[in-house]
Design a protein around this ligand. Structure first.
Ligand code: CTP
Length: 398
């Protein structure tokens, strides 16, 4: 997740979750974003400004009156920000923001940044969170375009169990990424992505599968969401963390994936089939565990449905994108698949190149579209390549 060139103001208010904001700050810095931290006075009772200063390598703002810089710091901070993230946001901060009160550095910057993306992560005792006054304030802020990250349920610092925990720093940063990393050129579009490997059962303990990690498909889902699309991810078996704000449908076999893909296809604008679907499955599934015997065991396999080919036949204006992974004659077979399966674009990747293929964080892809355009993209992260693929698909949609 890269946010290079983006300016993020991180506001920290005085709740016990303030210590987690150090992790949020650190993760934001790792994305390449320039991070400026503003703490309320109460926040400094939970965690020292020096901690943030060291993490973000920038000065930390605690008062409007110690503006040591040229210009007016609170206005400069608001003007330059791509996003203002307040995590944790106390009930007090939320109340002030909802009423337009600006009595410290953070609330002043938030007021001055009304034309910027403001994301808040409430964290407090569950009864405080459920208080209709807090809920009304949050509703009011959302109506004004604030993005509110819902707190999680669980054990709270006060000893109670309930809703009010600050979400994982990783998820908070993913939310910031989703809001500001890309232009929303897929807003209003429905994108369906399939990802990962299918498993074809042989008996209750064994199955036939492949090496797909699902990374390319998950990157496509996450970036499509960050480009503003409504995303459904039909996921085969992977060990990856689910992307936020994406409708995930878990499937196991090629048959399950086929059914879900057909179900989602008619209503979508773009369907990208990045999954590594089994071409064959065991002809019969033994109800009991197969016991070993003397001599060889011969398995009979039968063909699975070619999902992509079926979708190609049903297509009515959707953009259908396939993947093609080969060990030889890459472009030639990619072009054949494009034509045979009635695709709009195929993403061809060679298994023979270093930095491409299964399990890696990078890939090397040649894009071929139905007009015969062929474009070899340089080696890049799967996320950056996902952005390129989605932009090409969005252009085809026009
Ligand atoms: N695919 C699919 N259903 C299958 C097999 C593959 O939808 N049963 C899709 C994959 O998701 C991918 C594309 O088809 O987008 C290409 O998969 P690949 O295995 O490379 O191609 P095949 O068509 O299976 O051809 P071949 O076996 O000749 O390589």
């Amino acid at each position: 997740m890269m946010l290079k060139g983006k300016n993020v103001v991180l506001g920290v208010t005085g709740g016990i979750a303030a210590y987690k904001a150090a992790d949020v700050a650190s993760r934001l810095v790792k994305t390449g974003a320039d991070v400026k931290v503003i703490m309320t006075e109460d926040a400094t009772r939970f965690i020292a400004p020096e901690t943030f200063r060291a993490i973000v390598n920038n000065r930390v703002y605690t008062s409007v009156f110690d503006e040591k810089e040229e210009g007016v710091a609170h206005i400069e901070l608001a003007r330059n920000a791509d996003a203002v993230l307040v995590a944790p946001a106390t009930a007090n901060f939320i109340g002030k923001a909802a009423c337009g009160i600006a009595d410290d550095m953070l609330s002043t910057v938030v007021l001055a940044a009304h034309d910027k993306k403001i994301i808040i992560a409430p964290a407090m005792n569950c009864h405080m969170y459920e208080n209709p006054i807090v809920q009304e304030n949050l509703k009011r802020l959302m109506e004004r375009g604030f993005v509110v990250i819902e707190p999680e349920s669980g054990h709270l610092a006060c000893g109670e169990d309930g809703k009010g925990r600050l979400p994982q720093p990783e998820d908070i940063v993913e939310r910031v990424f989703a809001e500001i990393a890309y232009e929303k050129n897929l807003a209003g579009k429905r994108v369906v992505v399939t990802a990962g490997a299918t498993q074809e059962a042989l008996d209750p303990v064994r199955y036939v599968t492949n090496h797909s990690s699902g990374k390319m498909g998950y990157a496509l889902a996450k970036i499509a969401r960050a480009k503003g699309a409504e995303v459904t991810l039909i996921s085969g078996v992977t060990s990856l963390k689910k992307p936020i704000d994406v409708n995930v449908i878990d499937v196991v076999s090629a048959r399950d994936m086929y059914e879900k893909a057909i179900e989602c296809f008619d209503d979508c604008d773009i369907m990208i089939k990045a999954a590594a679907v089994a071409d064959y499955r065991p002809k019969s599934i033994s109800e009991q565990k197969i016991k070993k015997r003397e001599g060889a065991l011969v398995l009979e396999l039968e063909r699975t449905d070619d999902i992509l080919a079926q979708l190609g036949k049903r297509k009515k204006g959707q953009i259908l994108v396939g993947f093609c992974m080969e060990t030889e004659k890459l472009v030639e077979s990619a072009k054949r698949k494009l034509k045979d399966k009635n695709l709009d674009m195929v993403c061809a990747n060679s298994l023979n190149k270093e930095g491409a293929g299964f399990g890696t964080d990078t890939n090397i892809i040649t894009l071929i579209n139905k007009s015969g355009n062929e474009e070899e993209l340089p080696i890049d992260t799967k996320e950056n390549l996902a952005a390129e693929i989605l932009d090409r698909a969005a252009e085809l949609l026009k």
